[in-house]
Every structure is written in structure tokens, then in C-alpha cells.
Ligand binder design. Structure first.
Ligand SMILES: Cc1cc2nc3c(=O)[nH]c(=O)nc-3n(C[C@H](O)[C@H](O)[C@H](O)COP(=O)(O)OP(=O)(O)OC[C@H]3O[C@@H](n4cnc5c(N)ncnc54)[C@H](O)[C@@H]3O)c2cc1C
Length: 379
């Protein structure tokens, strides 16, 4: 029994209520993802880097699947076990960081508030709940993405443990691990870019009677704004009910000393997060997300539902990360759909980053023991 092998080195949790808790993440909000979860065999907690090495030696010897986990806040079922014999590896207690001014070296279980979100170029709207390791392994965009790109644009170096040993990856090699959902290694250390955000950020709300006018204003602000959201009246009214909204609305943050209202940074992120929280809390409606090029964005005008378009940048290219809630049909666009009901990494990563993940996985985990089933290798 793998539990008795593990218990020589770790405290092993097998109580029913603990296993039940660790069988879920926020992906359980999706009925599709929720129906796939299995109860794991055991849970262990990593407190020291050396323990990951011991664990990987045991995985090699006994061939059991392991699922690294931060705080379980991902909404895509990436931390749920698909097999009953899985061991969940809780990384949330492997904490600590070193501030190097232009970068931060951080342990995966560290939470955003421990570092201070002003110092990080991009933070998820779940910054109060998530670990840095979970965001690096499972996140994508966030507050700051308009200026500084996605999480994979900001990770400088990552150290991972795999059944084939310890690897330090730098530059574009980090693409093998970032957003790979722990399928290509257990992250023990991350070097992430750091910055000093402007002290004053004002949030401005502007209304327009056409989407075209809202997009044109957004294009003017693209290079200077801290964030830009375009929301239709239905979406804006649900997020901020006491404001008078137009047909289309621009909500943006800007560092402008002449503007009167400036908010604490955390409140600004919460304003930005409105759409995400609305999506997460409204589970009984159809919801989808599409990454739409700015050239095509005007085509969403006719979609009858709640719409929020968060402008963002990834690898130097601007686009709109767009949420549709309560839709009956979606526009037929060239843009990629970000499938909110799929646990598969393959369904959301661009071909060149996916290629890096798959080639690395083939070398370090050909038996698919690291979060099995989440990254399909024969693509
Ligand atoms: C309200 C809300 C708002 C959100 N906003 C955003 C957002 O703005 N942007 C965004 O990208 N996401 C967002 N998310 C989802 C998001 O991905 C997570 O909140 C966060 O990135 C996950 O962190 P976590 O510690 O909970 O990781 P978990 O959910 O525990 O794990 C996430 C993935 O990482 C893997 N993993 C965890 N730790 C390690 C490790 N040490 N080594 C290797 N793999 C590991 C897990 O196996 C899993 O595949 C949001 C979620 C909620 C509920």
C-alpha cells in the first residue's frame, strides 16, 4: 500500500473528510468538471525542498500518480484527481521569498499578500486566495496583463522536480512548466519579475452609445492604462449596480496626478476582478471565454448576454480576454476559445508553448505520473 510507504517519510492524511476536500478545486463549479473528480488515496504536505526529491524517488520506484496542489482555487479542475490511486501533494506550506529588487525568488506556497501585490507585474484576481506556485502552474492573465503580459511573460526561472531529476529552466524553457498544471514537474522555486507600481491609480468609467466608440477610446489608452475593461450595460450593472451605465462602458485605471479619485491598489484590483467574480458566482448560466483580436472585437456587438472584454497582452500582442455569461450562441470568430469546462492543458495553450510542454514531459515523465490525464502527449 502506497500510504504505508509514504508514511516512512511524511505525515499521510487519509481521513475521509480530508480526502473529500482535496478531491475538489474551484473547477467543481462546472458540472462537467465536477462529474470527473475521484477521491484520492492520500494527501501529503511538503514543507522542505528535500521532501520533493524523496517523493520523486518513491514515484520512480512505486509508479503512483501525484498531483501537486496550491490552494485549490483554479477554476478548470486542474487540481482534481482523475484516478482513485492519486496522491495529492499540498505545496502551500513550502513558503518564503527573497526580494532582489528587479526580481523576486519565491517558494511555490507563498501567497501574493505575503510579498505585496504592488511588487508583482501580474496578479490573479484571486490574489487573496491563491499561491504563487499555483498561479505559475495553472494561471494565465490577471491584473497587470495589459502592461506586463501574462504570467509566462514574467517568469524568469523555474526549478522543478520530476521522476527523472531536478531541472532549472530559464528563458523560453520555462514555457515547459508555466501553465502546464504540474504535469511537467513539481515547482520548488520561481524567479519572477518585480516592479514598483505607480502610487496613484485612478479608476475612470466612461459610457458610449456604440461599441465602436468604446473600442476606439480603448485603443487610445492601450499604451498608458493600467487596465481596460469594456462592459455592456447588463454586465456593468451587475458588477456595480449603483452606477448609471450606457450601452457600452469603458472602465480603466490610469496613473494621472490630475484625476481626483485614486484608490488603494487592492480596491482597484477588486474593481477589475468584478467580471471574474460574477462568472464564478453565477454557475447556473452558460458561460464562456474567448481571446479575441482587437480587429475582430466589434463583432461581439450583437451577442445577447452579459459581456466583459478585458484587454490584455501576451508575448507582446494585444487582445481581449472576453467573458460571455448567459449566452445562447457565440460569434463565429477566428479567435481562440478558452474552454472553461476543460481540465486539459492542450485546450488552452498556443501551439508553440504546448510543444515545449509536451517535449519536456516526454523526457521527464513519459509514464504520465505527474497530474495524469491533464496534458495529452500524442498531439
Ligand atoms: C475568484 C477567482 C478569481 C480568479 N482570477 C484569476 C485570474 O485573474 N487569472 C488567472 O489566471 N486565474 C484566476 N483564477 C484561477 C487561478 O488559476 C487561481 O486562482 C490560481 O492561479 C491558482 O492558485 P492555487 O494556489 O489555488 O493553485 P491550485 O488551484 O491548487 O493549482 C493550480 C494548478 O497548479 C498546479 N500546481 C500547484 N502548485 C504547484 C507546484 N508547486 N508545482 C507544480 N504544479 C503546481 C496544480 O496541480 C494545478 O494544476 C481565479 C480563481 C478564482 C476562484
Amino acid at each position: 500500500m502506497i500510504e504505508s510507504v509514504l508514511s516512512k517519510y511524511f505525515t499521510v492524511y487519509t481521513q475521509k473528510d480530508i480526502l473529500e476536500k482535496y478531491s475538489m478545486d474551484y473547477g467543481s463549479l462546472s458540472p462537467i468538471l465536477s462529474s470527473l473528480r475521484k477521491i484520492p488515496k492520500a494527501v501529503i504536505k511538503i514543507k522542505e525542498e528535500e521532501e520533493i526529491k524523496i517523493l520523486m524517488d518513491l514515484v520512480n520506484e512505486y509508479n503512483f500518480p501525484v498531483i501537486p496542489r496550491g490552494n485549490g482555487t483554479n477554476t478548470l479542475g486542474e487540481a482534481i484527481p482523475l484516478n482513485e490511486n492519486s496522491v495529492i501533494v499540498d505545496m502551500s506550506e513550502l513558503k518564503g521569498f527573497e526580494d532582489k529588487v528587479t526580481s523576486i525568488i519565491v517558494r511555490p506556497g507563498t501567497e501574493f499578500n505575503e510579498i505585496g501585490i504592488e511588487k508583482l507585474p501580474v496578479v490573479p484576481t484571486s490574489f487573496n486566495m491563491a499561491t504563487i506556485g499555483g498561479y505559475v502552474a495553472g494561471g494565465s492573465l490577471g491584473f497587470g496583463s495589459l502592461k506586463y503580459g501574462a504570467i509566462w511573460d514574467n517568469v524568469r526561472q523555474v526549478v522543478v522536480y520530476t521522476p527523472k531529476g531536478r531541472y532549472t529552466l530559464e528563458g523560453e524553457d520555462t514555457y515547459s512548466v508555466v501553465q502546464a498544471a504540474g504535469t511537467t514537474g513539481i515547482i520548488s522555486q520561481i524567479k519572477i519579475a518585480a516592479l514598483n507600481r505607480p502610487r496613484r491609480i485612478s479608476v475612470i468609467r466612461a459610457g458610449f452609445n456604440t461599441l465602436r466608440k468604446a473600442i476606439d477610446k480603448a485603443l487610445d489608452l492601450l499604451e498608458v492604462a493600467e487596465f481596460i475593461s469594456i462592459r455592456n450595460k447588463a454586465m456593468a450593472s451587475i458588477i456595480e449596480p449603483y452606477h448609471k451605465w450606457d450601452k457600452w462602458n469603458l472602465i480603466y485605471g490610469i496613473n494621472d496626478p490630475d484625476e481626483e479619485e485614486d484608490l488603494p491598489f487592492k480596491d482597484i484590483v477588486t474593481t477589475f476582478a468584478g467580471a471574474y467574480f460574477t462568472v464564478v458566482n453565477r454557475t447556473k448560466v452558460n458561460y464562456a471565454s474567448m481571446d479575441i483580436s482587437l480587429d475582430e472585437l466589434e463583432k461581439i456587438d450583437d451577442v445577447k448576454c452579459l459581456i466583459d472584454a478585458e484587454l490584455a497582452k501576451s508575448r507582446g500582442k494585444y487582445f481581449s480576454h472576453t467573458y460571455f455569461l448567459g449566452y445562447t450562441s457565440l460569434p463565429n470568430l477566428k479567435s481562440s476559445k478558452f474552454d472553461l469546462h476543460s481540465f486539459r492543458v492542450n485546450d488552452r495553450v498556443e501551439p508553440d508553448r504546448l510543444k515545449k510542454m509536451v517535449s519536456f514531459k516526454r523526457v521527464v515523465d513519459p509514464e504520465d505520473l505527474l497530474n495524469p490525464g491533464k496534458l495529452v502527449m500524442n498531439t
